[in-house]
Write a protein that binds this ligand. Structure first.
Ligand code: AQP
Length: 344
């Protein structure tokens, strides 16, 4: 199904599944965030009952500057609005505005083991090369907060990129263990990971995922990059040896660029490959840059408007937090009562 077909599909309100997903306000978002997650959130809005969260508490796992964190929270909200999240149809809120996230995180820590957290590959990736004294314990513990985020909203589906699969599996294990120990109470969520775009790789290293906080400036195309910058980054993107444009396991760099081309243009990869037969990497890269620039232009135009009016984002977040709290409060009452934390 292509981008617009998904948006056209609607599901009656009463039978809608609940979707929850979050994004860290940890810097400019890139096309990996967009193609792996945000675009799917936008496309599926009519099908589901959606809750989207700017997870600023997760951003605290790495060192932050307060003013910058606040500014990033507003600009990430604007990115989601510019990409097409409709606050009338979807709840969009700031994690720290709903205190129940932190409380549930603590309670769920009692049904999650040290061993489970030690096996999380994101923790290993983000802490590798750093001394133990400089890694926050929050970085180790944040999958429990992520489980709390999800379980607080009786979530059925969690649309994420492939890098989050292990964390969603942990959230499922935590919910199942809680239900076993306390005789039910939590909905067990499912990950929703699309095959295409689930893992967009860094432009300078096709073995590593594109990431906001890891890698140099040429590894990512940011959603705010101008046409000239996108051109330069695509031209500099590493390619595999040879000159045939094809998506094979021996050509991971080309496969990544073809995926980006296909997702932004809506054209299947085999058709793109056929069109560039005998033309070489140069022609392909020039057109790829053009495709990305064209696809991002309307998002960037809306983003400029929204960034000029930060009160719009503040209003959306305030209203979203009120709506989110309605469900969060109910879940916490249920959880506290089942755990024996409420006096009769
Ligand atoms: N390279 C990627 N390809 C596909 N999906 C991706 N996502 C992240 N990188 C890729 C998905 O984007 C959503 C929001 O992610 P996040 O910003 O909350 O945190 P992250 O997964 O840790 O992403 P980054 O860019 O690597 O951020 P930093 O560097 O700040 O940690 C998620 O659904 C994620 O799967």
């Amino acid at each position: 199904m292509v981008h617009s077909d998904l948006a056209a599909a609607t599901t009656p309100v009463a039978t809608r599944k609940r979707v929850f997903s979050g994004i860290q306000p940890s810097g400019d978002s890139h096309i990996g965030n967009y193609l792996g997650a945000i675009r799917n959130w936008v496309d599926q809005q009519a099908q589901y009952d959606n809750v989207f969260c700017i997870v600023n508490l997760h951003a605290l796992t790495l060192p932050t500057i307060p003013e910058q964190l606040l500014a990033n929270s507003i600009s990430m909200t604007n990115v989601l609005l510019a990409a097409g999240i409709d606050p009338e149809r979807s709840i969009l809120f700031l994690q720290s505005d709903v205190r129940e996230h932190s409380e549930l995180c603590w309670l769920l820590g009692s049904v999650c083991t040290f061993g489970e957290l030690s096996r999380m590959t994101q923790f290993k990736d983000k802490s590798s090369g750093k001394g133990e004294e400089s890694i926050s314990s929050a970085l180790f513990y944040y999958p429990v907060l992520q489980a709390a985020d999800i379980l607080l909203y009786d979530t059925n589906l969690v649309p994420v990129g492939d890098d989050q699969k292990q964390h969603i599996e942990l959230a499922r294990d935590i919910a199942q263990r809680f239900n076993h120990r306390y005789d039910g109470g939590l909905v067990v969520p499912q990950p929703d990971i699309k095959e295409a775009g689930a893992r967009i790789m860094a432009l300078d290293d096709p073995a590593r995922k594109m990431s906001k906080s890891v890698g140099g400036p040429n590894s990512c195309i940011f959603l705010v990059d101008d046409a000239d910058t996108i051109w330069k980054k695509v031209k500099r993107a590493v390619t595999d040896s040879g000159s045939v444009v094809e998506a094979t396991p021996e050509k991971p760099a080309l496969a990544n660029l073809l995926t980006i081309y296909s997702l932004f243009s809506g054209e299947p990869i085999d058709e793109i490959v056929q069109r560039y037969e005998g033309k070489g990497y140069g022609a392909f890269k020039g057109d790829l840059a053009e495709v990305v620039v064209t696809a991002l232009a309307p998002i960037q135009a809306r983003l400029t408007e929204l960034n000029a009016n930060p009160d719009i984002a503040r209003g959306v977040l305030r209203n979203g937090a009120e709506r989110a709290r309605e469900t969060a409060v109910q879940t916490m009452e249920r959880v506290r009562s089942r755990m024996g934390l409420v006096l009769a």
